[in-house]
Design a binder for this molecule. Structure first.
Ligand SMILES: Cc1ncc(COP(=O)(O)O)c(C=O)c1O
Length: 375
């Protein structure tokens, strides 16, 4: 007899629960796109772009095919290309670094601040060379990077700032949306993100109308008018069905974000006095907890994870190998001494279940599971 895999008691994310809560709106949104055959570009894309620009408090939003393309197109928009260097954090999803290479530039990593897991702003300057053109702070796990020092450095050295907000829809830094703090900010709407599509999708957000126009051209084959191409771009357009889904979900994002923040607060209270280190926030930020990441004492992370799995609690690791140590970046020749904090974090971080629909009882089960392991 074939064993049937049981559903976990506490899943890591639960996209089915979210769909169930807004099924009618989603089904109607998708049906409307099909009825109008507005599959690529068109009114649904335009409506979402306007709504998301408004949500970000930004002048322009350009929908693209995914968050990785958003970063690569943003860099190309700013004129970054072959021969240039772009600085980013050693702890992120590979997409951040991959997009730098896609734009033709060289990736330069900086170690992380062990408290926030974001780029260590005190270590950026030593990586700047005459070839450095841009810095990409990543607002990882939904926690804004420390943008004031990043902006000051960028101004001093004449660098562009491209924000990677793939995990940070709605996050704020000192009262401002993170998208207002970079020259261009990039979002991913991968299904599991805080604002997730029903497939791949992404967006570029900026206040600068010239960059907005150039990014839109680059994302659409370098097209000026039908069959008139001034440059070679890429095919990276947002499709109508994704835009309609995103437009419907955007109406709920603030409620979902507040739910995530409440879950995070609850976890942190329940884990007070335990041996796991709960997430630290900079003063004056609104973190949106795409992920709730704890740090587990050295050598005990994998045991804890196995024990939680046994109890029906799903967890994640973001990320098990810091970017400079991936085989993909072996050519950069880094050693373990180069990024000690990113290296240490990769062995100790554990992401607990986090999604808006998480119940208090489920969060309690997770905390109890951690205590039961003796932490
Ligand atoms: C930090 C970060 N940057 C970039 C991306 C790329 O986004 P996408 O998967 O939509 O290409 C992701 C998500 O996957 C991400 O988490």
């Amino acid at each position: 007899m074939q064993a049937v895999k049981a559903e976990p008691n506490v899943p890591f994310v639960d996209l089915k629960a979210q769909y169930a809560s807004i099924k009618d709106e989603i089904d109607a949104a998708i049906a409307a796109v099909i009825a109008q055959s507005a599959f690529v570009g068109g009114p649904f894309v335009k409506e979402f772009e306007q709504a998301f620009a408004g949500y970000c408090g930004a002048g322009h939003c350009i929908g693209v095919a995914n968050g990785t393309d958003a970063i690569a197109i943003a860099l190309r928009t700013l004129g970054v290309g072959p021969g240039d260097e772009v600085i980013t954090a050693a702890n992120s999803f590979i997409a951040t670094a991959e997009a730098i290479t896609m734009a033709g530039a060289r990736v330069v990593f900086v170690d992380i601040d062990p408290r926030t897991y974001n780029i260590d702003v005190t270590r950026i300057e030593e990586k700047i060379t005459p070839r450095t053109k841009a810095v990409i702070p990543v607002h990882l796990y939904g926690q804004p990077a420390d943008m004031d020092p990043v902006r000051a450095l960028a101004r001093r050295h004449g660098l562009w700032v491209v924000g990677d907000a793939a995990q940070a829809h709605g996050s704020m830094y000192k009262g401002q949306p993170v998208s207002g703090l970079a020259d261009i900010t990039c979002f991913s709407f991968y299904p599991g993100k805080n604002l997730g599509a029903y497939g791949d999708a992404g967006a570029i957000v900026t206040d600068n109308p010239d960059w907005a126009a150039k990014a839109r051209i680059l994302a659409n084959h370098g097209r000026m008018a039908k069959y008139d191409h001034s440059i070679e771009g890429v095919n990276s357009r947002l499709d109508g069905i994704q835009a309609a889904v995103l437009r419907a979900k955007l109406r709920h994002l603030e409620v979902w974000t507040e739910a995530r923040r409440a879950h995070a607060g609850r976890y942190s209270t329940m884990l007070e006095g335990s041996q796991v280190v709960t997430p630290g926030e900079l003063d004056g930020v609104r973190a949106v907890y795409h992920l709730y990441v704890v740090r587990v004492p050295a050598g005990r992370r994998d045991g804890l994870r196995a024990s939680l799995t046994q109890a029906g609690i799903e967890t994640g690791i973001h990320y098990p190998i810091a970017l400079p140590y991936l085989n993909a970046y072996r050519y950069l020749g880094h050693t373990e001494e180069d990024f000690p904090e990113a290296l240490r974090a990769s062995g100790e971080v554990l992401s607990l279940p986090m999604f808006a629909e998480l119940t208090e009882q489920q969060a309690g089960q997770v905390a109890a599971g951690i205590r039961a392991f003796g932490l």
